[in-house]
Design a protein around this ligand. Structure first.
Ligand code: S3P
Length: 430
C-alpha cells in the first residue's frame, strides 16, 4: 500500500469497539448464565479468534455485524474442545483462556500463528502452576503450543513481576474456580476491564492500590455489554489530526478509562489541542468524544507508572515525537519487545528509514524530533500497530511511503484505511 502526504483532514470518525473489552465480553458472557448482548463488538481477527475458541467449547454465539449474542452456560458449562484451540495472533485470547481452561474438568491444547508461538507464556504458566494447574509448553520453550490437563485449583496471592492485564486477568479468571480467595498484586496498575466487567456481571471483587482479589464460584449473570470505541484505535486519528496541518477531527465514543488513556495525558504535555466532549459512563467504562485540532508538538519524557496505560500507543507516540520539536525519551517500556513484534526494533528501524533521529535503548527509545521525514519502505513485521502508526507518519512525511503487509490492520481495525480516507484528500494505491 502506498500513501502520500496530505493537507488537512476534516470530519468525524466512529471508532470500532475496544479489543480488550470485546474479548472479555465473549469469555465472561460464555461463563455467565443467560444471554449476553454485546453491542459495538470489535469484528477484528483477534476477537473472532476468541469467538472461534468458545464455539469449539460448545457455546452458541450469534454474530451479526454490530451485535453479538453469547448464550452463556454458567461457570461449569464449557465442553471439551474436539481440536486444538487456535488463537491466531491474539495474546489476549491465549493468556486469558489459560486461566479459564486450567480448572476445567477436561484437557485442552492451544496454539496460534508464528508470532504468538514466540511470545512468552511463562508469565501465565508460573502463577497457574502455583495454583495447582497442569499446563505445559509443548516445545519446552515457555511458548505455545500449550497443553492443559484440567485440575483443581488453590486460591493464592500472586505477586506479578510484570504490569500485565493479561496476567492479572488470567489469574482472576482461574481464581473463580479456586478453593478460596485469589489475589494479584502488580508492580504498576494495568488496565482494569476484567475487574469492571466481572463486577458488572455479579462477581465479588475487592482491592486497593495495585492489588485485586476475587471470591470463588461467582454467580455470573448475563447483562448487556456496550463496548466503547477503542482508544488504541482512536490513537491513530488523534495523531493524524495533530500532525497533519489544517486538520480537525471529531472522534466519537472513545473509551477513556484512566487505566488506558495515558496517551491523552502525554499529548497534553506535548502541547496538543484535544477537547473532551459528551463525557459519560457505560457499564462502568467512561467514554467521551474527542475533538482534535492540528497542533505544534514538543518533545516529552514518557516513563514510570503511565507506561501500562499507553503501552499499545507507544509506536504512535514515537512517530509523533519524531515530528515534534525537541527530545522525547521513552523509558520503562521493555514490554514493547514482546508484543506482536519487537516494537522497539520495528519503530526504530522504520523511523530511521524515514530520516528520523532515533536510538533504541534497552527499555525504550530516544528521539530527537523535528527532522524532515521522507517516505520509505515500511517493514511492519505484520504487526497491526506498526502498520497503522506508519500509515499516519506517511500522511505528514514528504513523498510516498510504502506500507508492507498493510492488511495486518485486520487484527484490530479492519476498516482502518476506509475510515482514514473519509477524512478527505487521502489516496491509497495498492
Ligand atoms: C491487553 C493487555 C496488554 C495490551 C494488549 C491487550 C489486554 O498486554 O498490550 O494489547 O486485553 O489485557 P499485556 O497484558 O501483555 O500488558
Amino acid at each position: 500500500m502506498n500513501i502520500q502526504k496530505v493537507n488537512g483532514l476534516k470530519g468525524e470518525v466512529q471508532i470500532p469497539g475496544d479489543k480488550s473489552i470485546s474479548h472479555r465480553g465473549i469469555m465472561l458472557g460464555a461463563l455467565a448464565k443467560g444471554t449476553t448482548k454485546i453491542t459495538n463488538f470489535l469484528q477484528g481477527a483477534d476477537c473472532l479468534s476468541t469467538i472461534g475458541c468458545f464455539r469449539q467449547m460448545g457455546i452458541e454465539i450469534e454474530n451479526t455485524s454490530n451485535e453479538v449474542l453469547v448464550h452463556g452456560k454458567g461457570l461449569h458449562g464449557l465442553r471439551a474442545p474436539q481440536n486444538t484451540l487456535d488463537v491466531g495472533n491474539s495474546g489476549t485470547t491465549m493468556r486469558l483462556l489459560c486461566g479459564i481452561l486450567s480448572p476445567q474438568a477436561f484437557a485442552s491444547a492451544l496454539t496460534g500463528d508464528r508470532s504468538i508461538q514466540t511470545r512468552p507464556m511463562k508469565r501465565v504458566i508460573e502463577p497457574l502452576s502455583q495454583m495447582g494447574a497442569d499446563i505445559q509448553s509443548l516445545k519446552g520453550n515457555g511458548c505455545a503450543p500449550l497443553q492443559i490437563q484440567g485440575s483443581r485449583l488453590k486460591g493464592i496471592h500472586y505477586q506479578s513481576p510484570v504490569a500485565s492485564a493479561q496476567v492479572k486477568s488470567c489469574v482472576l479468571f482461574a481464581g473463580m474456580y479456586a478453593d478460596k480467595t485469589t489475589s494479584v498484586t502488580e508492580p504498576v496498575l494495568s488496565r482494569n476491564h476484567s475487574e469492571l466487567m466481572l463486577q458488572h456481571l455479579g462477581a465479588k471483587l475487592s482491592g486497593e492500590g495495585t492489588t485485586v482479589s476475587i471470591e470463588p464460584e461467582p454467580l455470573l449473570e448475563a447483562r448487556e455489554i456496550p463496548v466503547p470505541g477503542d482508544i488504541s484505535s482512536a490513537a491513530y486519528f488523534i495523531a493524524a489530526g495533530l500532525l497533519v496541518p489544517h486538520s480537525q477531527i471529531l472522534i466519537k465514543n472513545v473509551g477513556v478509562n484512566p487505566t488506558r488513556s495515558g496517551m491523552l495525558k502525554v499529548c497534553h504535555a506535548m502541547g496538543a489541542d484535544i477537547q473532551y466532549l459528551n463525557e459519560h459512563r457505560d457499564s462502568g467504562e467512561p467514554t467521551a468524544d474527542l475533538l482534535v485540532t492540528s497542533s505544534s508538538l514538543t518533545g516529552t519524557v514518557i516513563e514510570g507508572e503511565i507506561i501500562p496505560t499507553l503501552i499499545d500507543e507507544l509506536p504512535m507516540l514515537a512517530v509523533m515525537a519524531a515530528f515534534a520539536q525537541g527530545k522525547t525519551i521513552i523509558r520503562n517500556a521493555e514490554e514493547l519487545k514482546v508484543k506482536e513484534s519487537d516494537r522497539i526494533k520495528a519503530v526504530t528501524e522504520n523511523l530511521s528509514a524515514m530520516g528520523a533521529d532515533i536510538t533504541a535503548t534497552c527499555d525504550g527509545m530516544i528521539i530527537n524530533g523535528g527532522r524532515r521525514l521522507t517516505g520509505a519502505d515500511i517493514r511492519t513485521q505484520k504487526d497491526h500497530r506498526i502498520a497503522m502508526s506508519f500509515a499516519v507518519a506517511a500522511l505528514a512525511a514528504e513523498g510516498v511511503t510504502h506500507i508492507g503487509d498493510a492488511d495486518c490492520v485486520n487484527i484490530s481495525y479492519p476498516e482502518f484505511y476506509q475510515d482514514l480516507q473519509k477524512l478527505g484528500g487521502i489516496r491509497f494505491d495498492r
